[in-house]
Design a protein around this ligand. Structure first.
Ligand code: C2E
Ligand code: MG
Ligand code: MG
Ligand code: MG
Length: 280
């Protein structure tokens, strides 16, 4: 009986693996056709400047509404797109679409000094794609916000020489850089300092439990102090409560982003969000 049970369990395990693999394959297949059909949309999450007391920018976030599954999280499909060589065309779509949408929504466009876009490592270091993205930016040079590229800490540190070379090229065309999800990647300050950065975004896992969690309080204060020494602007991600906002304000944080200030919304709704005032 024990033997049979073991075999059943083994079969169950095998079935599950098979199921997972099939899932992944079908998701990949659907992602490929979504790329061809450009079945993605964009949302914009506003950022509030504590220093200037106004909305200062927005981050562009990608959305994929699957015909059967419904919305699929970017946390799931972006890594897949990166692994399967789809992120390049997706990023081109995001750039073109965002700048096109802004040019069609002048109220939102003029209200934003900055537009933040997420850049994956394979895209950052791909010269062909980079040139196409440059061309898109140039086509909109007359009337667009400043572009801030967000790269994650781990991506930035992947291969410091390649990253640095690519960043310098982007920089020469007026783009600035931000480190996304800061605090999650264990990178040393000395190494980060070699990169031409203007901004750090504190990962929302640190923000989540302040001011209650004393570890997170200490870490957040240390990041803020360190960023100040390096003259980096700090954006706090995932701000969900007034207490968090007040804590960040009183410790010198520059910019807030999170549900408490505004959810990511389609461009048509951005005007309404930007018309609201925030008091921290
Ligand atoms: P991220 O760049 O760190 O973006 C912030 C994420 O936090 C977004 O998740 C946003 O919706 C979510 N968020 C914002 N405020 C709050 C809050 O107050 N509470 C909570 N719990 N969450 C909040 P989203 O849109 O699911 O995106 C996840 C990640 O996928 C992004 O993290 C980014 O790394 C990646 N991603 C999204 N769009 C793109 C894109 O166009 N290109 C690339 N390469 N990556 C993208
Ligand atoms: Mg980001
Ligand atoms: Mg982030
Ligand atoms: Mg993230």
């Amino acid at each position: 009986a024990a033997k049979k049970q073991g075999r059943d369990r083994h079969l169950l395990f095998h079935d599950q693996l098979r199921q997972n693999l099939l899932e992944r394959l079908s998701l990949l297949e659907d992602l490929r056709s979504a790329c061809v059909e450009q079945a993605f949309t964009l949302v914009y999450q506003p950022q509030w400047s504590l220093k200037q007391k106004c909305w200062i920018g927005a981050e562009v976030l990608l959305r994929w509404h699957h015909p059967e599954r419904g919305p699929v999280s970017p946390e799931l499909f972006i890594p897949l797109a990166e692994r399967e060589g789809l992120i390049e065309s997706i990023t081109e779509f995001v750039f073109e679409r965002a700048l096109y949408e802004l040019s069609n929504h002048p109220e939102a466009n003029t209200a934003l000094d900055n537009l933040s876009l997420n850049l994956s490592y394979p895209v950052l270091t791909n010269e062909t794609v980079m040139n196409r993205l440059f061309a898109t930016l140039t086509a909109h040079d007359k009337n667009r916000p400043n572009i801030i590229m967000e790269i994650t800490e781990t991506a930035a540190m992947e291969n410091l020489n390649d990253t640095l070379g690519a960043m310098k090229q982007w920089q020469s065309r007026g783009v600035t850089f931000s480190i996304d999800d800061f605090g999650t990647g264990y990178s040393s300050l000395a190494r980060l300092k070699q990169l031409p950065l203007t901004e750090l975004k504190i990962d929302r896992s640190f923000i989540q439990d302040i001011p209650g969690d004393s570890n997170d309080v200490v870490l957040t204060r240390a990041i803020l102090a360190m960023a100040q020494t390096l003259s980096l602007s700090v954006v706090a991600e995932g701000v969900e409560t007034e207490e968090q906002a007040q804590f960040l304000q009183s410790h010198g944080c520059d910019v807030l982003q999170g549900y408490w200030l505004g959810h990511p919304v389609p461009i048509e709704q951005l005007k309404t969000v930007l018309a609201k005032d925030v008091s921290v």
